[in-house]
Design a protein around this ligand. Structure first.
Ligand code: PLP
Length: 428
C-alpha cells in the first residue's frame, strides 16, 4: 500500500496545525504511524488520498451508524441546504428532533441541543450544580466526557492514549471539585458519598464505557449507582454520547432499564454533523436560561442541517431489526477473533456490546476498568493496527477506543477483516 500523498499532506499539516490534526487521536501517534488523509467514503468503506480503500471500523467515532454517505441522509440534507444553513432562530425541526429523542428515552422530558458532546456534558454539569447548589462531581477513571476542564481529570480516549490523565492548563481549583473513582467498584462510590454527600452535585458516567476501550458494567452496578444517587439527592448523569442510539434506540438506559436524571447525547444524533444534546427531567431542565438561572447558549446550537441529518438517522434506526443485525455482526466479528486468537496463540481480551468492540492485548484474562486497560501491551496493539491498515482495514488507532460497526458492514466485510486479522496476529 502506498501512502505518499498522505505523508506529504501530513508534513504540510504539521506546519500550520498543531500536531497536524484537529483532534489528537487522529495523528496515529500511539500506533507509531503517519495518519492517512481521507478523500471520501461510502457505506462501510473509506478511501484515502492515495486511492487506498479500507473497511472502516471508526465511522467518525460512531456517528455513521448508517454507513457513510447514506442516501437516507444525503437526500433530505441536500434538499434542505438551499433553504439556508443557519438562522440563529428557532426552527420546527429542532422540535421534531427533541420529540424523537424524548420518545426513545423514557427518562427524558426536555432536550437542549448544543454543537458538540463536550459542550453538552459541560452544560449538564453546570445544570446539576445550579440545580443542587453543590460543587463536587464524581466521575470514573477512563470515562471520557469531552475536554471540559473539570472532566479532564483521569479521562479516557485521547487523554488516556497520550498518558496525560489530566491536561496541562486545567486549574487545580477546578480539578479539586472532581472526585475520580475506579469504574465497576461500588464500594469506593459508597465510601465517598458517605463522607461528602451534601457536597456532591452529580455523578457522571458512560454507562457502557467505550473510551478506555469497551468495558462492561458488572451485574447490578448501574442499578446500585441509581439507588445510591437517588437516596442522596445526587443527580445521575448518563453520558450516552456513544451508546445513545448505538446499543439500542434508547441507549444503555433501555438495556439496563434505568432512568438517569440527565442524559448527554451526541455523535449519532447529528448523523455526521456537529451536534450534542443534554436532556432529562423537566424539573431539572427548567432551571436553564431563559426560564431558569443556569446560563447556556450557542450560535449554531440546533443547526438545521445537523438536526435534519439527526432526525433522518433516528428514523432509519427505528426498526427493531437494525439493532439485532448490528449485534449479529458484532458477534460474528467477536467469535471469529476468538478463534483466531486460539489458533495463533495470541493473548487478547475482547470486550463487546452489540456493535461496539475492543481487542485488548493483555495476558490478564479480563478488562474491567481503566487500571486493567492501562496494563495492555501498546506496542503489540500498534503492530496489530499497522498490520490491519496494510490489509485494508481501518481500526481505531488506539488501544483505548472502541471499534464501530454500521448497518452497511456485510458478513463478507467481516470475513475479509477476519482473514486480515489471522495474517496479522500470526506476526504479533
Ligand atoms: C465523543 C464523546 C464526547 C465528546 O463529544 P464531542 O462531540 O467530541 O465533543 C463526550 N462523551 C463521550 C462518551 C464521547 O464518546
Amino acid at each position: 500500500m502506498k501512502h505518499a500523498k498522505s505523508k506529504k499532506y501530513f508534513k504540510e499539516a504539521k506546519k500550520v496545525i498543531p500536531g497536524g490534526v484537529n483532534s489528537p487521536v487522529r495523528a496515529f501517534k500511539a500506533v507509531g504511524g503517519c495518519p492517512v488523509f481521507i478523500d471520501k467514503a461510502k457505506g462501510a468503506y473509506i478511501y484515502d488520498v492515495d486511492g487506498n480503500k479500507y473497511i472502516d471500523y471508526v465511522l467518525s467515532w460512531g456517528p455513521m451508524i448508517l454507513g457513510h454517505a447514506n442516501d437516507k441522509i444525503l437526500k433530505p440534507v441536500s434538499r434542505l441546504l438551499k433553504n439556508g444553513t443557519s438562522f440563529g432562530a428557532p426552527t420546527r425541526r429542532e422540535v421534531e428532533l427533541a420529540q424523537l429523542v424524548a420518545k426513545a428515552y423514557p427518562s427524558i422530558e426536555k432536550v437542549r441541543l448544543t454543537s458538540s458532546g463536550t459542550e453538552a456534558a459541560m452544560s449538564a454539569i453546570r445544570l446539576a450544580r445550579g440545580y443542587t447548589g453543590r460543587d463536587k462531581i464524581i466521575k470514573f477513571e477512563g470515562c471520557y466526557h469531552g475536554h471540559y476542564d473539570s472532566l479532564l481529570v483521569k479521562a479516557g480516549s485521547g487523554a488516556a492514549t497520550f498518558g496525560v490523565p489530566s491536561s496541562a492548563g486545567v486549574n487545580a481549583s477546578f480539578a479539586k471539585d472532581t472526585i475520580t473513582l475506579p469504574y465497576n467498584d461500588l464500594e469506593s462510590v459508597k465510601k465517598v458519598i458517605r463522607k461528602e454527600k451534601n457536597k456532591i452535585a452529580c455523578l457522571i458516567l458512560e454507562p457502557i464505557p467505550a473510551n478506555m476501550g469497551v468495558v462492561l458494567p458488572e451485574r447490578n452496578y448501574l442499578k446500585a449507582l441509581r439507588k445510591i444517587t437517588e437516596e442522596n439527592d445526587i443527580i445521575l448523569i448518563f453520558d450516552e454520547v456513544i451508546t445513545g442510539f448505538r446499543v439500542a434506540l434508547g441507549g444503555a438506559q433501555e438495556i439496563y432499564n434505568i432512568k438517569p436524571d440527565l442524559t448527554v447525547l451526541g455523535k449519532i444524533i447529528g448523523g455526521g454533523f456537529p451536534i450534542g444534546a443534554f436532556a432529562g427531567k423537566a424539573k431539572i431542565m427548567n432551571c436553564l436560561s431563559p426560564d431558569g438561572s443556569v446560563y447556556q447558549a450557542g450560535t449554531l446550537s440546533g443547526n438545521p442541517i445537523a438536526v435534519e441529518a439527526g432526525i433522518n438517522t433516528i428514523k432509519a434506526l427505528r426498526n427493531k431489526k437494525a439493532y439485532k443485525q448490528l449485534d449479529r455482526k458484532g458477534e460474528l466479528f467477536e467469535d471469529g477473533l476468538r478463534k483466531i486468537s486460539d489458533r495463533t496463540g495470541t493473548k487478547i481480551v475482547i470486550n463487546r456490546f452489540g456493535s461496539l468492540l475492543t481487542v485488548f492485548f493483555t495476558t490478564q484474562g479480563s478488562v474491567k476498568n481503566y487500571a486493567d486497560a492501562a496494563k495492555c501491551d501498546a506496542a503489540k496493539f500498534g503492530k496489530y493496527f499497522g498490520g490491519m491498515l496494510d490489509q485494508g482495514v481501518y481500526c481505531a488507532p488506539s488501544q483505548f477506543e472502541a471499534n464501530f460497526l454500521s448497518v452497511k458492514h456485510t458478513v463478507k466485510d467481516i470475513e475479509r477483516t477476519l482473514e486480515a486479522a489471522e495474517k496479522v496476529l500470526m506476526g504479533v
